[in-house]
Design a binder for this molecule. Sequence first.
Ligand SMILES: *Cc1c(COP(=O)(O)O)cnc(C)c1O
Length: 402
Amino acid sequence: MGENVIALAQRMSLVKPSPTLAVNAKAKQMKAEGADILNFSVGEPDFATPDHVCAAGIKAIEEKFTRYTAVPGIIELRQAIVDRFKEDHGWEYEPDQVQVSCGGKHGLYNMAQALFGAGDEVLIPTPYWVSYPPIVTLAGATPVEVPLEEKDDFDLTAENLKAFATAKTKGIILNSPSNPTGAVFSEKSLRAVADMALAEGWVVIVDDIYDTIVYNDEPLPHILDIEPKLKDQVIILNGVSKSFAMPGWRIGYSLGPKHIIAGMNKIQSQSTSNPSSVAQRAALAAVSGPQNFPRDMKVSFQPRRDFIIAELTSIAGVTCVVPNGAFYVFPNLSAYFGKAFEGKKIEGSVDMSAYLLEKSFMATVPGAAFGADEFVRFSFAASMDDIKEGMRRLKEALSNLS
Ligand SMILES: *Cc1c(COP(=O)(O)O)cnc(C)c1O
C-alpha cells in the first residue's frame, strides 16, 4: 500500500453490508468445492425468459436497435405499460407518467432520490425487503421500521401505523405480496394506510413486483382501488424481473404523478441515461404480448408452496404464516435458538442459516436481513425434488440440536 489510504465517503458508514452476503459467498465456495448444495436463497423464478420475449431482444440486436433511447424509456414500451394497466386494473395513466428503469430496484432508487431527503422519515413495514432501508438512507432520509406481527399474518394495522407516524413522516413503502413473508395486505390495512395518507399528505410507494403471483382466487387488494382519491400520492413500482422471469434483463417501471416521474427522469438522465435499448424491446414483447406466462408460473408454484408449508408446520416448534403470494416462506425457527450442535450455540437467524449451510448443505437467507431475526427465508422457486430433500434435511438438522 502507498502512503495515502483514500477514505470512503462518509455516507458509506450509514449502509451496512447485507448479512446475506456471508451465507451466499460461503454457499458458492462450497458448491465450487463440489458440495451438494440445495439453494433456497435465490430471489428469482426458476424459469427461463419466454421464447417470444428472447426473440424480440434478438431482433432488436439484428436491427441494430442499439443507440441511446429516450431517458424515461421508449415510447412504445411506456404506452404498452399504460395499456396493460388500463386493461388489467382500469387505471388511467399517460406515457409521461411512466418511467422505465434498469430494474425494479433502480426505479425505487430513482424514486427515493427524487422524493426523500434530510429530515424525512419513511415508514417501512417490517419484515421488509432488504433494499428499502439502505435506499432510503442513501437518499439522506430516515427509514422507520413498523413491525408486523406473525400473529396478525404480517398484516398492517392502524395501531402500528399510528404508533410510528410522526410530523416528519413523508411516506410509506408497501410491498404486497411481500418479499420475504409472502403476505398480502388486507383491504382493511390498506384502508388504514389510505386514510392516514390522505389526512397527512403522505406519498405511498407500492412495490407490486409480485402482483402476478397470488395464490387465492380473489383479486389482489390494491390501495388505488380502495381509495382512488389517493392517485396523486401513489407511486407504483413494478417490472418484468419476476412476472416474466427476466431479472438479468434489468427492466423495471414506475408510474405516478407527472412531476414526480419528471423528477425521477432528471435523476436517471444524470446517472444511467436510459435502460438498455435491447432489453426494452424484450420487455415490450412481455408487456404487450400474451399474458399466460405469469399465470402458468403461478400454477406451477402452487403445489410447491402447499407442500413446503405442510412440511414446515409439521415440525415441532416451527410456525409459518401461509404465503398468499410470491415464492417465499418465512418460518419462525426461534424455538431452536439457544440450542447447540457439537457445542456451537445457535443464537439467531444468522447462526441458523450458517448451521443449515455448513451441516445440511442448504442455502437460506437469515431473517435478520429482513429486520426479523426469529425467521429464516426459504425460496420455493426450486424443483419439487430439491424442496422434498431440503425439508428432509431441515427436519434432521433441527432434531440434531439440543
Ligand atoms: C425482485 C424484487 C424487486 C425488483 O427487482 P429487480 O431485479 O431490480 O427488477 C423489487 N422489489 C422486491 C420486493 C423484489 O423482491
